[in-house]
Design a protein around this ligand. Structure first.
Ligand code: UDP
Ligand code: MG
Length: 319
């Protein structure tokens, strides 16, 4: 382990023309300082991953690439692939370009960028994965806060032990990236993947600032998709639940059947139970559709994985 590792800071960016100038200046300043202090190698760099933006994001990345003589680098996706794949591409390309450790940060610098060096220090003491944990969720709306907490709780119940409030602010070693690259799945949920990999982990606590420019690039729908991917790619519990519910329902209907027979032939006091039938049919078909839905989720995952398509297409690269 060298005491001056080559650090790569990767920034997934989707329509971030408003944030990039400030973010580049701020990060370049910090990196310059840490290089001078001998904390990181002089070959350390910043890598933007333009996730198919349709504003001036790529033009700006080109401009900073020229001005910085390659300290600011970039990858341009052929279309929007989503933040998880942008991060993955940044990790793999940085590893290829010789980085020893790689950290991800959002283009809006909501995560405290001064802490980057603390992540590096943890890396130097032997941690292979250093996860950033948010101190609180005060900058999030009430709804986002609640759904996020609910999601982490649910994941833990389903047997995926991701730390609560761990965002994608994370440093990993090049060794971890090489291993990660062997996992070929298309539906990525990086938090779960890094949990799955093992390796020595450490944690850094940080504060979240309000987004400096522009608005969130995540829609409620894309967050919902991410959450579903997280569940279906790491937990079989929902499938098992389907079996369990099916078993329970059969047992209940068997008992109802027996009581109906008793009513009809022995006690002979049966009333034409129209309401009961309607309620029962509604309830059972509801459960059936729900179970079908859960199975379909996994089937959909399988369908996508089986095609084994490339996870992203890099259209241009500056390095
Ligand atoms: N992002 C991306 N592709 C997308 C959506 C978002 O690369 O399809 C990037 C975005 O540019 C930002 C990071 O992911 O750097 C986090 O997004 P954002 O700040 O909008 O999310 P929030 O902070 O609201 O969760
Ligand atoms: Mg943000």
């Amino acid at each position: 382990m060298t005491s001056t590792p080559i650090l790569s800071v990767i920034i997934p960016s989707y329509n971030e023309e408003e944030s990039i100038p400030t973010t580049t200046n701020r990060l370049s300043e910090l990196i310059k300082k840490w290089k001078e202090e001998g904390k990181i190698s002089g070959s350390s760099f910043i890598m933007y991953v333009d996730d198919g933006s349709d504003d001036k994001t790529w033009e700006l990345i080109e401009k900073y690439y020229k001005e910085s003589q390659g300290e600011v680098r970039g990858i341009k996706f052929s279309r929007n692939y989503g933040n998880q794949r942008a991060i993955l591409a940044g990790l793999c390309e940085s590893e290829k370009q010789g980085a020893d450790c790689i950290i991800t940060i959002d283009a809006d610098l909501q995560q405290d960028e001064n802490k980057i060096i603390d992540f590096v220090e943890k890396y130097k003491t032997g941690a292979q994965i250093v996860c950033g944990i948010r101190n609180d969720r005060n900058t999030d709306s009430f709804l986002k806060k609640m759904t996020a907490i609910g999601f982490y709780k649910l994941m833990n119940i389903l047997g995926v032990n991701i730390k609560i409030n761990h965002s994608d602010y994370r440093l990993v070693s090049s060794e971890v990236v090489r291993v990660l690259n062997k996992f070929r799945e298309t539906n990525l949920f990086l938090r779960g993947m890094f949990n799955e990999l093992g390796f020595k982990k450490d944690y850094i606590y940080f504060d979240v600032k309000p987004r400096n420019k522009g608005k969130s690039k995540y829609t409620p729908f894309s967050l919902f998709t991410l959450a579903l991917n997280g569940i279906t790619s790491f937990s079989l519990v929902p499938l098992r639940m389907v079996t369990f519910i099916g078993f329970l329902m059969s047992l209940v209907s068997f008992l109802i059947g027996i009581s109906a027979i008793i009513d009809k032939y022995i006690t002979k006091n049966f009333v034409p139970g129209w309401t009961t039938i309607v309620v029962a049919i509604g309830f059972v078909s509801g459960i059936q559709i729900l179970c079908l839905g859960i199975i379909a989720e996994y089937l959909g995952q399988l369908f996508q994985e089986v095609k084994d398509r490339p996870r992203y297409i890099i259209e241009k690269q500056l390095s």
